[in-house]
Write a protein that binds this ligand. Sequence first.
Ligand code: SPV
Ligand code: MG
Length: 290
Amino acid sequence: MPPAKCLRMRLSGTSLLHIMAAHSPLSAILAEEAGFDGLWASGFELSALYGLADMSLISMTQHLDTLWAIAGRTTLPIIADIDTGYGNAINIIHAIGEYERAGASAVVIEDKTFPKVTSLAADGRQELLRIEEFQGKIEAAVTTRQDPDFLVIARTEALIAGLGEAEALQRAHAYVDAGADMILIHSKKRDPSEIESFSRAWTGPVPLVIVPNAYPDLDAERVKALGNVCMMIYGNYGIRAAATAMQETFRRIIADGGVQNVHKDILPVEEIFRLQKMREVKAAEARFLR
Ligand code: SPV
Ligand code: MG
C-alpha cells in the first residue's frame, strides 16, 4: 500500500502514532528498525546537520534532496516539515508538487512569516501571518495535491508567539475551515500545561499533532488520555542523539591519543555493513559480475 494511504488509514484508527525525526537516510533506517510509525523530515535537524540555525537558511532543494534520499531507503510514511512553505501561496503550489514527487506523504506548514525563526529559541522573533493569508496557503496546498491521501497539516505558532490559547484556537479553527487535515499545536513551555489545556479546549473536527521537544514529561500515556492527539513527533531527538555520541567519542579520541578505548563502545563496522545491506550487494556481485 502506498505510504500516504497507509498513514491516512492508520490515522483513522484510535492509535497514537510515533513519528521520529530523520535528517539522513541512515537515521531513517534506524528509526524504522526501532519501530516508529513514520518519519519527520525535520527542518531543525537538517539545518543542524549543515551546521546552520533553523531560520529558513536551508533551501527547498536541499530539503528535497534529503527527502528523496530518505524515501529511497525506507517504507515508512514521511511527514515533511516545510516551515512557512518558502513564501506565499504561489510558493506553496510549487512546493506541494515537488514534495509529493519526492515521496512525502504529508506536509506541515506553519503560520509564521518568511524567513522564520526556530520556535524554541528563548527570544525568537515570532511573527505570524494574517489568518486570511495563511488560510490561502492551506487552500492552495489542499487544492494542489494530486494524491487525496496526501495530508496537509496546518501548524499554528500562536502559543510560541505568546498570543495565548484563544488566538491559537481561533487560528486552528480557521485553518480547518480552509481544508487542513490536522492541526499541529506547538509550545516552548517547559511543562505541557499549554498543550494539555489547548487539547481540552479543542472542539474542531480534526485531530491534533504535537512535538514534545520543550516539554518531554508529556509521555504517550498522558497524550492518549487527552483523546484528540493522533501523532507525537519527536522533533530533534535524532540529531541530538547523533551529536551526543559524536561529541563524546571525538573528545575521547583526542583525550586518549587514539581509538584504542572508544572502538569497543561504538558500533562495529559489521553493523554498518548490515545497515548498508552489504550482504545483498555481495549477492548481486556473485550473480552479475562476470
Ligand atoms: C523541527 O523539528 O524542525 C520542528 C520542531 O519544527 S521544533 O524545532 O521544535 O520547532
Ligand atoms: Mg521545523
